[in-house]
Design a protein around this ligand. Structure first.
Ligand code: ADP
Ligand code: ADP
Length: 542
């Protein structure tokens, strides 16, 4: 190990990771002897959106409790009573001085959106409207209901809402408050790209037009890029210590994160860089077809949702990405392929073994993770399986835990491992990015990609994270139509055509970061946006 990781190096890097200089100093807060320590603090600023980019368990909640004045950080002296005066001494002359003075004087009020919106129904009884009306301190509710498209469900009981509906209600409930400081712990879970972009715009408007300070944690990098003005990268060893860097520009922060090296801090956070291709991948010579399917149709009944699917071919060894808004029939198609649903029109008579990871994961047997995974594959524990599956999905630390005790992200990683560990002709993963932090997404993406390449495995992946899709997919299947009413699935297309198809529906174009070729969402109606729309190039350069 490199000496700073308490357990095992999360990257399996032999390389020496520089000891961060902050660790020579005292932490901002330490929970106790050998307990978690937080170094640095994010800097909220009125009129701007500050982002935090980093893994879970790195001290975001601890930092926010300090910034909200709910806890006086102890500066590492966990056996003394902390005071705001000593905190102020520490931060005097820094960008935080002003803010800390206001917290000390009790002048900062906070609104926050929790990370796990699934928990809201456990804490609240009543309709979405009841919840929202209680939070409407700025008279902004009607506009949020309209722009977040909550209208159709606003009078429904909170308990009956889907994940995506709860997420939008939680956002509206937080933004409608009249506070100085807003903390949003992830906005993208369960939302499709259109909804993510809308949420990002509403948050920016709140900061800019109402002069509020907003702090966001977000793991979808395309959305974080759109959302934040400045960025703190957080790194460390989840559960042991976390370092929040000084603020960087968003562009720089994300670039450095992708590069795996933080310049100012002289800190390597990942052995390899993550790179994007500016041009669409060249059309690959097609392998043998795995599946040739005819035109398909499926309806859930008279007046219910209906889906039609254009005939197509899926080739052996390819990763096929599947994109489209929520409620458009992506999971319905997955279930047609697995045989859980039967098409009304068209025959799917292939006899393939399909390994399926559904969107909502139900693995809650009272069983340990290691017992569960070894019941799936006799490769379990082999050095090959460890390298390909357990290490990139960071399973080693949770092997002895019970499936029932896992967090959302841990459950997701076990489910991806279980899906890839089976012997199958086709691997079908529905939203593998859900609940994963940014580093876990990177690792899961490369695990899935590597698995497909090394096994000549055919993989279909449904996801809303466009960076993940870019890094994963060889071709794209694009869904359009009217959510909840009718959906249409295109043939599998080349990446360039697929991205153009998908993004023109959304009316979003991407430009390339000059230094890293990373795709960045264009400002609507900017010169580039208009030019690219005219040329019909929404994602890749010519
Ligand atoms: P994040 O919000 O980034 O997931 P948190 O700030 O919630 O991280 O927690 C960071 C670490 O601090 C975790 O390992 C957590 O278990 C630990 N921690 C949180 N609260 C306490 C506490 N009161 N005492 C000891 N450890 C704590
Ligand atoms: P996506 O995966 O694109 O979000 P789904 O395939 O899950 O979309 O759902 C498409 C539509 O079909 C949604 O409006 C959903 O409510 C509806 N739907 C899904 N399953 C059923 C069912 N068993 N009976 C009736 N409607 C359903």
């Amino acid at each position: 190990t490199c000496g700073i990781c308490v357990e095992k190096c999360p990257f399996d890097a032999i390389e020496i990771i520089n000891l961060p200089s902050e660790l020579d100093e005292d932490p901002t807060h330490r929970y106790g002897e050998n307990a978690f320590s937080l170094y640095g603090l994010p800097v909220p600023e009125a009129g701007s959106v500050t982002g935090i980019l980093g893994p879970n368990g790195i001290g975001k909640t601890t930092a926010v409790r300090a910034l909200a004045g709910e806890m006086v950080p102890n500066l590492g002296n966990y056996d003394e009573e902390p005071t705001w005066e000593s905190v102020l001494d520490r931060f005097r002359g820094t960008e935080l001085q002003n803010y800390v003075e206001r917290v000390r004087d009790g002048e900062v009020s906070i609104a926050r959106k929790p990370q796990y919106v699934d928990q809201i129904p456990k804490q609240f009884d009543g309709s979405a409207r009841d919840l929202l009306e209680a939070t409407d301190e700025r008279g902004a509710l009607d506009s949020y209901i309209d722009r977040l498209d909550i209208g159709p469900v606003v009078d429904n009981d909170i308990e009956t809402l889907s994940g995506g509906e709860l997420q939008r209600v939680a956002l509206a409930a937080t933004l409608a408050r009249d506070r100085d400081f807003y903390f949003l712990d992830e906005i993208s879970p369960y939302l499709d790209i259109g909804q993510r972009v809308t949420a990002a715009r509403l948050i920016r408007e709140l900061a800019e037009e109402e002069d509020r300070a907003v702090l966001v944690v977000e793991h979808d990098l395309a959305i974080l890029d759109l959302l934040a003005d400045t960025l703190h990268v957080a790194y460390g060893e989840p559960g042991a210590y976390g370092v929040v860097t000084d603020p960087k520009s968003v562009r720089n922060g994300i670039n450095e994160y992708l590069k795996g090296y933080l310049s100012n801090e002289n800190m390597r956070i990942r052995p390899e860089a993550i790179t994007f291709e500016e041009h669409a991948p060249r059309e690959t010579t097609k392998a043998e077809p795995l599946i040739e399917y005819p035109d398909l149709a499926k309806s859930y009944g008279e007046g219910e949702f209906s889906l039609d699917v254009e005939s197509g071919t899926i080739y052996n060894g390819e990763v096929l990405g599947i994109v489209g808004p929520n409620g458009i029939g992506k999971s319905t198609l997955a279930q047609l392929f697995t045989g859980d649903l039967t098409p009304d029109v068209g025959d799917l008579d292939f006899a393939l073994d399909i390994s399926y990871k559904p969107q909502y994961i139900e693995i809650d047997q009272p069983m340990r993770v290691d017992a569960f995974l070894s019941s799936i594959t006799d490769q379990f524990g082999s050095s090959y399986w460890n390298t390909e599956i357990a290490n990139p999905l960071q399973l080693n630390r949770i092997m002895e835990r019970n499936l029932t005790d896992l967090s959302g992200g841990e459950r997701q990683r076990v489910a991806i491992a279980a899906c890839l560990s089976q012997d199958a002709d086709l691997y079908l993963l529905d939203e593998p990015s859900a609940h994963l932090d940014v580093e876990q997404r990177v690792q899961a993406t490369s695990a899935i990609r590597r698995y497909a390449e090394n096994h000549d495995a055919t993989v279909m992946v449904i996801d809303h994270d466009i960076y993940m899709m870019d890094l994963l997919a060889d071709r794209l299947m694009v869904f359009d139509g009217e959510p909840s009413i009718e959906g249409h699935a295109s043939k599998p297309q080349e990446m360039r055509d697929g991205m153009n198809d998908f993004l023109s529906d959304l009316d979003i174009t991407f430009r390339r970061d000059e230094r890293t070729q990373r795709p960045r969402i264009n400002k609507p109606d900017s010169q580039l946006d208009r030019e690219q729309k005219r040329a019909g190039e929404y994602y890749y350069a010519e």
